[in-house]
Write a new protein. Structure first.
Length: 95
């Protein structure tokens, strides 16, 4: 469980997150299929939306809406887990 939170922290705070970083997570989703991680492992592939324009025009233009669609499920899952664990149950600090 600690290692999964380390990976959450890494993904949430990384200044650069390449889609293949999330690929290391996918095998572990077979053991614990967490909805937020499942959604993120699929939506992170949207990061490649710039490749066709880069190949044709040599322009790297990332769209803001793609970032929102890509990361929203991930951050929503983090907030939901923290809310359920610490706010709803009142188990502050309990493991």
């Amino acid at each position: 469980m600690v290692s999964s939170w380390f990976f959450v922290f890494f993904v949430a705070c990384a200044p650069t997150l390449h889609p293949w970083y999330v690929g290391f997570l996918v095998p572990f989703l077979a053991l614990a299929p967490l909805p937020g991680w499942l959604a993120f492992s699929g939506s992170v592939m949207l990061a490649y939306h710039v490749v066709p324009e880069w190949v044709s025009q040599r322009r790297w233009d990332e769209r803001g809406w793609v970032r929102v669609v890509e990361y929203a499920p991930f951050y929503f899952a983090i907030v939901t887990v923290v809310w359920r664990r610490y706010v709803c149950t009142g188990s502050r600090g309990a493991a």
